[in-house]
Design a protein around this ligand. Sequence first.
Ligand code: ADP
Ligand code: MG
Length: 169
Amino acid sequence: MEIITKNPQETQKLAEKIAKDLLKKGRSKEEDMAIIIALEGDLGGGKTTFVQGFVKGLRVKEKILSPTFVLVKRFILRPAFRQRLRRGEQSQGDKIKNKNFSNFYHIDCYRIKNSREILDLNFEEIIRNPRNIVIIEWADRIKEILPKKRINIRFEWIGEKERRIKISN
Ligand code: ADP
Ligand code: MG
């Protein structure tokens, strides 16, 4: 799937929708690994912007800035919440139940020199837990330790405010 967004808000809304869809869809008991979303693309491509929207979709309370010093950030997910209303919407908003996921991890590999640094931060344990959702910025830098089963999202710069976002499994 390929989408062109025309400003940061559109990228965030796309991410928000993907996050909500993941929660709504849930998963079967047979899953034995975390959901892994690998973000790739140049600096300023929109990866952190995407993560901000994703966090909104999960209704994580804490606001996210680019974690420059922290490589791995963990957020605790709520078991249920009411969908956020957009301005002008009248309805109460659907209740979103989340029985399947407990944690959201944001990993930023921008500053790492090799995969070892991520492995040292319990990476394998994090991705082995089917109750985790894990987003990795600069995922191409740790390709050799990424599981094959993952969602890849690629950000390409088209113009000042335009980005091409390619999503593939
Ligand atoms: P990365 O994490 O990939 O380095 P950031 O999300 O930190 O990128 O930065 C993207 C920058 O580009 C931000 O300043 C954002 O406001 C800007 N921007 C402009 N248009 C878009 C768009 N369509 N999608 C995402 N970001 C955009
Ligand atoms: Mg970033």
